[in-house]
Design a protein around this ligand. Structure first.
Ligand code: THU
Length: 174
């Protein structure tokens, strides 16, 4: 038996204005599209903005449904559209912001597990890390240099070839 410890590294900024201009601009687009969320059930709006290597920015917000599981998170709305429209482009950066309609969301809200797995698919496909920045409506911003930092032991059916770019030992037990 061998015990395995998995560590991850994130950068935490006190406020958005501590980040470079391109990230501030990307987050501004995520904030703008957050208002387009259709969230009558959860009253929780999420916005996502994706910077591609062709300089296009793709945005998405969460879209809910009366049949709850049929809705979709902002991150997947955006990333699937990016994949559908620009299948050959690499995803460089993602900015995410969440805001409750009932109270001020003043802490960073990371993407849900399903969205992490969806983002992982694209990171593996393009063999290049995706920078992820997430925040609430105000306050701190968290940066992850790679999706892999947010989802250790992610599921990848192409093991082990596609792990070469990842910053974490995703299969430390082998
Ligand atoms: N949501 C997102 O858009 N992204 C996440 O990563 C987590 C949750 C949405 C789904 C739902 O519309 C609302 O937030 C509440 O869960």
């Amino acid at each position: 038996m061998k015990e395995v410890k998995i560590e991850t590294t994130l950068q935490v900024y006190d406020a958005l204005d501590q980040l470079p201009n391109d990230i501030q601009n990307l987050m501004a687009k995520a904030v703008e599209v957050r208002d387009n969320a259709y969230a009558p059930y959860s009253k929780f709006n999420v916005g996502a903005a994706i910077m591609l290597d062709n300089n296009e920015v793709i945005v998405g917000s969460n879209q809910e449904n009366a049949s709850y599981p049929s809705g979709l998170c902002a991150e997947r709305t955006a990333i699937y559209y990016a994949g559908a429209k620009y299948p050959k482009s690499k995803i460089l950066k993602m900015a995410l912001t969440a805001s409750s309609q009932n109270q001020i969301t003043n802490k960073p809200i990371p993407p849900c597990g399903a969205c992490r797995q969806a983002i992982a698919e694209y990171e593996i496909k393009q063999n290049q890390p995706i920078e992820i920045y997430f925040m609430g409506a105000k306050g701190k911003v968290v940066k992850s240099n790679s999706l892999a930092n947010l989802l250790p032991l992610l599921f990848d059916n192409s093991v082990p070839v596609s792990y070469t770019h990842l910053t974490l030992p995703t299969t430390p037990y082998v």
